[in-house]
Design a protein around this ligand. Sequence first.
Ligand code: ATP
Ligand code: MG
Ligand code: MG
Ligand code: MG
Length: 438
Amino acid sequence: MRLSQYLLPTLKENPAEAQIASHRLMLRAGLIRQEAAGIYAWLPLGLRVLRNVERVVREEMDRAGAVELLMPTLQLAELWRESGRYDAYGPEMLRIRDRHERELLYGPTNEEMVAEIFRACVHSWRNLPMTLYQVQWKFRDEQRPRFGVMRGREFLMKDAYSFDLDEAAARRSYQRMFVAYLRMFARMGLRAIPMRAETGPIGGDLSHEFIVLAQTGESAVYCDKALLQLPVPGEDVDYAGDLSPLIAQWIAPYAATGDVHDAARFEREVPDAQRVLARGIEVGQIFYYGTKYSLPMKAHVTGPDGAERPIHGGCYGVGVSRLLGAIIEASHDEHGIVWPEAVAPYRVGLVNLKVGDARTDAICAMLKDQLAQAGTEVLYDDTDERPGAKFARMDLIGLPWQLIVGPRGLETGTVELKHRASSERRELTAEAVLQALA
Ligand code: ATP
Ligand code: MG
Ligand code: MG
Ligand code: MG
């Protein structure tokens, strides 16, 4: 992609409205643009990261056996009256009327709609366990939208819903999602710690929030330091097997958010040197809610004995758009963002220091083609700005690798390869660069 024809409105100054690093950097690096309070346009570079985060989320959901569908953003109020939540949900719900005076709402979450789909389509225990998920925009009319995409009003969520015949099976579904969450956040370069959490308006008796520690996080959290080092399950984790021992490792050490924190227990169980008192960002939450929705909404299946019974449900959310903020909070420096490779918008930023020079133009064209052929995504800075501005912009947008081509290097037959995270620079021949990036 050529930068001269790209939409990348970077800012030199810090926007006054941004209080935390990730919000500042997302605006400065031209990833997003606020269109109304808590409502953002995703500019091309930001959209690419969002898509990459989605991809990792989907891969781990699929690996764990979940099945993707897509539900509409607008829902009938009627559906929410069935569960009793239409009135209970409160002012966070955006309520809309259509031209026929029908009451609609912009979905803040989808338990009701997925229950409606399930009860219409699935009737037998033979189809269980089943976990359905979507990646879809949600709207919550937050009282204080802030910190950019961290607390937006319109935001992208991955929400999944499990359906099982009984509580024991539902707990196994919960465990599979627990493990999928450990894996997906780790793949994005984040250490997200599962913490005991309150179940809130969704209800139920088993819930964990996945929390990324960050000074700018909105929740106070308390945990055992051991959780910062536990190995995350690998790709080969057996979702068909018994996950209990693995889960036990993760829930044995103390970890709780402020709402459910038990100070006496914390001090009793966790030695002084092991205590972490911190702030954190909630990037996901999982719930087991039993028959809370299936009873009022009649989401029933017949069991092996032929008798009908309400399914046992769970729901599993991930803040896909919030994750961009969390990743930047965890990975930036004074020059800008430092994207982990797994979610970077492009892997390589190719900088032509003298556009219009036959040799630099030719080498850049060659490198761009060869890298593309090798499947490496390249953002090519072919603008005629001065080198200092180009370097600063590349550092700001945080692509993992910078490839700098200038007339001086070419005299000795080399280009410069810079690793954004370590700032390590190497002078290499074009061939060696292609090998290094292979
Ligand atoms: P919070 O406590 O931050 O308000 P929540 O507990 O209300 O979040 P859930 O209902 O658990 O949110 O939704 C699942 C996930 O969606 C959350 O873990 C979070 O990552 C994300 N999320 C929730 N609200 C927002 C928001 N306003 N903006 C961006 N992401 C959000
Ligand atoms: Mg909330
Ligand atoms: Mg919460
Ligand atoms: Mg939550």
